[in-house]
Design a protein around this ligand. Structure first.
Ligand code: SF4
Length: 488
């Protein structure tokens, strides 16, 4: 993966991509604005969502143990995975134990984060994505570029080509003469997926929320594919990040109001599925919950950065972000793109590589993401915090030394005066572009022209003889409207 600046430079050169993104993000953004504006108590709901998440994160150990006990009591089995490798091993083992070689999947960020599909493929198990946008991404051997709309970078003409060229290799082929009408495309996907739903005996999902009190998993989706995966197969495996737990159903109620309005701009979510363990003769008869850490405990330990764990993956911050709208999601090099990706990925993966270290800078710090976030994550605050961390790393020693020298010069009047005189004397030989690695600074900035004389020198020479602004020129030393007079 390229560092963000290089990846973004490529992306902004793709005018089709920018057009697709502009259309899609504007549409969702306006829908969100309308439905959020309908609620008088939106700010109170937002504060409640923040408070519930903060309280849960403060006592995360307690709620996770409560969740484990409730899931077990309801007939499910809980597995703890410290990292991606462990989670993949657990899931692969569970699928193997069923004797099946293919699974259907509900859209899940956690399984993308741990690259579960790739791990399953290595074990000879094919994972079939069933969310329409994820299906498009999978068929085209592409990467998701948006949390909610993973194929947001594709338009319908491109989707028709993907369906026509690739569907047959994955199951039921696209119909002859398929056009790019959205209804026809949706019907082709429906026919292709239905056969898969009816054949698969194992499903893998994530969960938007996990209710600790009852051990209930909750998935919100818009197409009904999730409902099919969660009810038809015999075995259901849910991979869920440890931050997804909420204490009670009353707490869940807050998020069921916040999430649909913030994500799809709908008043109510179309398909909200909940399941608690297993019920004889009804739905999957085997249920496994894999609780995933994969860096989350480290994020929780960071007093500023931990607020990123409040995220409910609504994607409102992506749709409002001027940087995301121009670059799209691939430039972020992570399953989590946009503003939330810029703060979550470096915290989950660390900032040792150039790619991850570049992410906290993938923002103008305009603050729009914070304004729309339904759980009030102060993304700019975390970005600045992470920039401090990156700047303190060994790779930034030269910059740190330069800032230290600048601080020393600016910290003393005589030193500053001497530096200004030296700069004025050398002004004719100072280049407009910096040489070497420092050229990155001047590639996008002009070095201001150095004046012959500094303001301070001019003031010493001329200032004492000039009347202060607003002073009565007829009476030097007396200010026009100030009875006390005197120099300012
Ligand atoms: S950071 Fe906030 S706005 Fe962005 S996806 Fe998460 S909850 Fe939504």
């Amino acid at each position: 993966m390229l560092p963000f600046p290089e990846a973004a430079e490529r992306a902004v050169g793709d005018s089709q991509l920018r057009h697709n993104l502009r259309m899609a993000t504007r549409t969702i953004r306006h829908k969100r604005e309308e439905v959020v504006g309908e609620l008088d108590d939106w700010s109170a709901l937002r504060a409640a969502g923040k408070a519930v998440k903060d309280r849960t994160l403060r006592h995360l150990d307690t709620y996770l143990e409560r969740l484990e006990a409730a899931v077990t009591a309801a007939g499910g089995r809980v597995h703890w995975a410290a990292d991606a490798a462990e989670a993949n091993e657990i899931v692969t083992g569970l699928v193997r134990a069923t004797g099946e070689t293919d699974v259907v999947k509900v859209k899940s960020m956690a399984t993308q984060e741990i690259e579960l599909n790739e791990a399953l493929a290595q074990a000879g198990i094919i994972a079939y994505e069933t969310d329409l946008a994820e299906l498009i991404v999978q068929l085209s051997d592409d990467l998701p570029s948006h949390i909610l709309v993973p194929a947001i970078h594709r338009n319908r003409a491109e989707i028709r080509e993907i369906f026509r060229d690739r569907m047959a290799a994955w199951g039921v082929a696209a119909p002859e003469g398929l056009g790019d009408d959205p209804r026809a495309l949706a019907e082709a996907a429906r026919v292709h997926l239905r056969e898969r739903f009816l054949r698969s005996r194992v499903a893998i999902s994530g969960a938007n929320f996990a209710v600790a009190d009852t051990g209930t998993m909750v998935v919100l989706e818009s197409e009904g594919n999730g409902r099919m995966c969660l009810t038809l197969p015999q075995t259901l495996i849910s991979v869920v990040g440890i931050e997804k737990v909420v204490p009670t159903w009353s707490d869940l109620e807050v998020f069921l109001q916040l999430l649909p309005r913030s994500s799809t701009g709908e008043r109510m979510n179309p398909y909200t599925s909940t399941w608690t363990g297993v019920a004889p003769g009804d739905g999957p008869q085997e249920f496994h919950l894999v609780l995933l850490d994969n860096g989350r405990s480290d994020v929780l330990a960071d007093e500023v950065g931990r607020q990123a764990l409040r995220c409910i993956r609504c994607s409102a911050c992506l749709n409002i972000c001027p940087v995301y709208e121009r670059t799209g999601g691939h430039a972020y090099g992570s399953v989590y793109p946009g503003p939330i990706g810029a703060i979550l990925t470096p915290q989950l993966r660390g900032t040792a590589s150039a790619q991850e270290a570049s992410l906290p800078y993938a923002s103008s710090l305009c603050g729009a993401c914070y304004e729309v976030c339904p759980v009030a994550i102060d993304i700019p605050e975390v970005l600045v915090h992470l920039r401090e961390e990156v700047a303190a790393s060994p790779g930034h020693r030269a910059e740190k030394a330069a800032m230290g020298a600048a601080g020393w010069v600016l910290g003393g009047e005589r030193r500053l005066g001497a530096a200004q005189r030296a700069a004025s004397a050398a002004r004719s030989v100072v280049p407009r572009r910096m040489p070497g690695p420092a050229s990155a600074w001047t590639d996008t900035r002009d070095i201001p022209e150095i004046p012959e004389e500094s303001f301070r020198a001019w003031w010493r020479r001329e200032g004492a003889a000039e009347p202060a602004p607003g002073a009565d020129p007829a009476e030097p030393g007396r200010s026009g409207g100030d009875e006390e007079g005197g120099r300012r």
